[in-house]
Write a protein that binds this ligand. Structure first.
Ligand code: PLP
Length: 391
C-alpha cells in the first residue's frame, strides 16, 4: 500500500479544537475499570473508593442478577437477531414490558435499548414542525437532542420555573405542545415540580414527558419512581425510565396510555430501526425489578448515607447543591479548580468525577458525588474528611 502524504485540512482543524479543549480544562479521558462496578474499583492498577456511578442501589454486580443473566443466556442465547417489529421481540422483552407497566402503575410500557434512544423516540413521534416543546433549561442532553430532531419550536424555561413556563405556554399557538423535564436533574440532584407541571399540562392541553432516569428505583414507594413519589397519574403523562442506573443493568422503557405506546411502536424510529437488545438483559431485569421492589432496606441505608454526607460537608467553602437524592454535587465553579480538587482526591484513592461544561453551565463546574446503597458509613466519612482537609 502506498503511503500518502496527503493530509486533510479538516484534520488540522480538529487538532486545533482538541488543543483548545485541553487548554480550557475541558478534555475528557476515560479510565479503565477492572472488574465489577461497586464502591471499590480497580483503576490503573490502584484500588479507588468511587463515588462516581449511577448504580444507586448497588445492583450492578448483584449475584442474583448475574445468575439471572446467565440463565437468560442459556434460555435465549445472546443476540436478539433482529429489530422488534421483524423477529427480535422475545418472550423476555414481552414479560419485562408487562412487569414494568405494572410496577410504575401505567397502562402499558415499551422497551428501548437505551434512555437516550427512548427520549429520541418520544418527542419526534409526537411532535413535528409547527408544534412546540417546553423544556427545563437543565434537562438532559437527550431531551434537548430529541426536541431538535422533532423540528418543533424549542422553548427552554428557567430551571423549575413554573411561572415562566406558564407564560411561554400561554403565548404559544402551536397545535401540539409537550412539556419535557428530568424528574431528578442529573447534574444537580434536585426534583422537578411535577404536580405543578402536570397542572400546567392540563391547563394548556400539553403532554408531560418525565425523564425518570435518576428517580426510578430510588424514589417513591418500593422505588416505583418520581411519579409515584408524588402520586401522579394522567393520560397526558409519558414516563421514561432507564434501566442502567438504579436497576443496575441496561436499557430503558417508556410507559404511558396504551394509545401512546401503540403509536410509538408503530412510528418511533429509534424503536423501529434498531436491533432489539439481547433478551438475556430483559430476563435479568425481571430479577432487578424484584430487588428494587423489595429494596426498602437499601433505600433506607442510602438515605442515611445522604444525610451523613450533607451533615459532614455542611459549612464547607464549596456549597453542596440543594438535593435530597443520591446525586450530591459539590459546586466549585472554575474548571481548573474543580479538576484540581478531583485530582487531589484521586491521589488519596478517592474517585469523584469533575463535571464541567458543556455538561453543566459555564462557571458551575462541580464534583458530582454520587452515593449508592453499596457504600458504607466509613467510606462516606473518608470522603468527608478528605474534602474538609482540602477546603
Ligand atoms: C442517563 C440519562 C439518560 C440516558 O439514559 P441511558 O440509558 O444511559 O442512555 C437520559 N436522561 C437522563 C436524565 C439521564 O441521566
Amino acid at each position: 500500500m502506498p503511503c500518502s502524504a496527503e493530509r486533510p485540512a479538516a484534520l488540522a482543524a480538529l487538532e486545533t479544537e482538541l488543543a483548545s479543549l485541553a487548554g480550557q480544562g475541558l478534555q475528557r479521558r476515560r479510565r479503565i475499570v477492572e472488574g465489577v462496578c461497586g464502591p471499590l474499583v480497580e483503576v490503573d492498577g490502584r484500588t479507588q473508593l468511587a463515588f462516581a456511578s449511577n448504580d444507586y442501589l448497588g445492583l450492578a454486580g448483584h449475584r442474583d442478577i448475574v445468575a439471572a443473566a446467565r440463565e437468560g443466556a442459556e434460555r435465549y442465547g445472546i443476540g436478539s437477531g433482529a429489530s422488534h417489529l421483524v423477529s427480535g421481540h422475545s418472550r423476555a422483552h414481552e414479560l419485562l414490558e408487562a412487569r414494568l407497566a405494572g410496577f410504575v402503575g401505567m397502562p402499558r410500557a415499551l422497551g428501548f435499548c437505551t434512555g437516550y434512544m427512548a427520549n429520541l423516540a418520544v418527542i419526534p413521534a409526537l411532535l413535528g414542525r409547527n408544534d412546540a416543546v417546553f423544556a427545563d433549561r437543565l434537562n438532559h442532553a437527550s431531551l434537548v437532542d430529541a426536541a431538535v430532531l422533532s423540528r418543533a419550536e424549542h422553548h427552554r424555561f428557567p430551571h423549575r420555573d413554573l411561572a415562566a413556563l406558564e407564560r411561554q405556554l400561554a403565548r404559544s399557538e402551536a397545535p401540539r405542545k409537550l412539556i419535557a423535564t428530568d424528574a431528578v436533574f442529573s447534574m444537580d440532584g434536585d426534583i422537578a415540580p411535577l404536580p405543578g407541571l402536570l397542572d400546567l399540562a392540563q391547563k394548556h392541553d400539553a403532554w408531560l414527558l418525565v425523564d425518570d432516569a435518576h428517580g426510578f428505583g430510588v424514589l417513591g414507594p418500593q422505588g416505583r419512581g418520581t411519579l409515584a413519589h408524588f402520586g401522579l397519574a394522567s393520560p397526558r403523562l409519558i414516563l421514561m425510565g432507564t434501566l442502567g442506573k438504579a436497576a443496575g443493568v441496561a436499557g430503558a422503557f417508556v410507559a404511558a396510555h396504551e394509545t401512546v405506546i401503540e403509536w410509538l411502536l408503530q412510528r418511533s424510529r429509534p424503536y423501529i430501526f434498531t436491533t432489539a437488545a439481547p433478551p438475556l438483559l430483559s430476563h435479568a431485569l425481571l430479577t432487578a425489578i424484584d430487588l428494587i421492589e423489595r429494596g426498602d432496606a437499601r433505600r433506607a441505608h442510602l438515605n442515611a448515607l445522604i444525610a451523613r454526607l450533607r451533615d459532614g460537608l455542611n459549612g464547607l467553602r464549596w456549597p453542596l447543591a440543594d438535593s435530597r437524592t443520591p446525586i450530591q454535587p459539590l459546586i466549585i465553579g472554575d474548571n481548573h479548580a474543580t479538576l484540581a480538587v478531583a485530582q487531589a482526591l484521586d491521589a488519596q484513592g478517592i474517585w469523584t468525577p469533575a463535571i464541567r461544561p458543556p455538561t453543566v453551565p459555564r462557571g458551575e463546574a462541580r464534583l458530582r458525588i454520587s452515593l449508592t446503597a453499596a457504600h458504607d458509613e466509613v467510606q462516606v466519612e473518608r470522603l468527608v474528611s478528605a474534602l474538609r482537609a482540602l477546603a
